[in-house]
Write a protein that binds this ligand. Structure first.
Ligand SMILES: C[S@@+](CC[C@H](N)C(=O)[O-])C[C@H]1O[C@@H](n2cnc3c(N)ncnc32)[C@H](O)[C@@H]1O
Length: 274
């Protein structure tokens, strides 16, 4: 009973913290900024993917929107091996229309490779959509799972994602997943070492999700922070617990221009103050 109460209190605290960050991210938003045209001139074009072999997935297919999507909770959901346990209140994602259903169904069938837990994917989507992000950058695409959550938000904000992956096989598989999900038009997968390839990015960027080589987080931060618009967010995965990253944590908690919270067990959310 005691642990249940603690869980409820923690869940409320996390919800309030995220709500506060969203409110800060939205406050003072310059007029028309989110209605404008895309502003990252990255010089890349979406590659026509060489088709990666479609691997059989053990995930069951999902029913139409309006009903819980099977396979999510059992996979990485509220009580899954890497789930936060209470942050999603045990609810499953609900598709509001056919396009969302297609993305969610694709996400459920992604071949797993070090992907974020579903709850973190949902949080990424929520934050991206809440700040009306137009330009999103992801470091560490893997097979495209978190990218699909970003895409869920970006198709509603009129935004786009540039995502970086060093492994050609995973990059190809991610492209295939983005095509299956019907979001290939708003997602560009850039293959290669992101420490080099992100140098081509131009700002302003609205949201960054870092989920790649842990020792590289600080370098990514140094390269991307100048491109992040004031009020923009940097989400960093695996900065606590087993994936502890004290260098990164120090960088984002000692800079007075930044406001950082650890939300769920693994995700640090950093706001670039206005
Ligand atoms: C934890 S996985 C990413 C998971 C993904 N964000 C998701 O949730 O679906 C980390 C990925 O980062 C990639 N990676 C590692 N170092 C990299 C680098 N220097 N440049 C680009 N990608 C890198 C790895 O190949 C791996 O696929």
């Amino acid at each position: 009973m005691h642990s249940f109460k603690v869980a409820v209190v923690l869940a409320l605290a996390a919800t309030l913290a995220v709500a506060g960050l969203i409110a800060q991210a939205q406050r003072g938003q310059p007029a028309g900024r989110f209605g404008g045209t895309a502003s990252v001139e990255n010089g890349w074009t979406a590659t026509t993917a060489e088709a990666a072999q479609e691997r059989a997935s053990s995930q069951p297919s999902r029913p139409p929107g309006g009903r819980p999507l099977e396979g999510f909770p059992g996979r990485w959901g509220a009580r899954g091996p890497r789930g936060g346990g209470f942050s999603s209140l045990g609810s499953s994602p609900l598709a509001k229309d056919a396009a969302e259903k297609q993305i969610l169904e694709t996400a459920a069938r992604v071949t797993p490779f070090s992907n974020v837990p579903m709850e973190d994917g949902r949080m990424i989507r929520l934050l991206t959509e809440a700040i009306g992000a137009k330009e999103a950058v992801e470091i560490g695409t893997s097979t495209g799972y978190s990218g699909l959550w970003l895409a869920l938000a970006l198709r509603n904000t009129g935004g786009r994602l540039t995502t970086f992956e060093i492994d050609p096989g995973r990059a190809a598989e991610a492209r295939q997943n983005f095509r299956k999900a019907g979001v290939e038009g708003i997602v560009t997968v850039v293959e290669g070492d992101a420490h080099q390839t992100i140098k081509k990015l131009r700002g302003p960027i609205d949201i960054v999700f870092i989920d790649a080589d842990k020792e590289g987080y600080r370098d990514y931060l140094e390269k991307l922070l100048p491109l992040l618009r004031p009020g923009g967010l940097i989400l960093a995965h695996n900065v606590s617990g087993r994936g502890e990253n004290p260098e990164y944590v120090e960088a984002v908690t000692t800079n007075p221009q930044l406001e950082t919270l650890l939300v769920t067990s693994q995700m640090a959310i950093t706001l670039k103050k206005r």
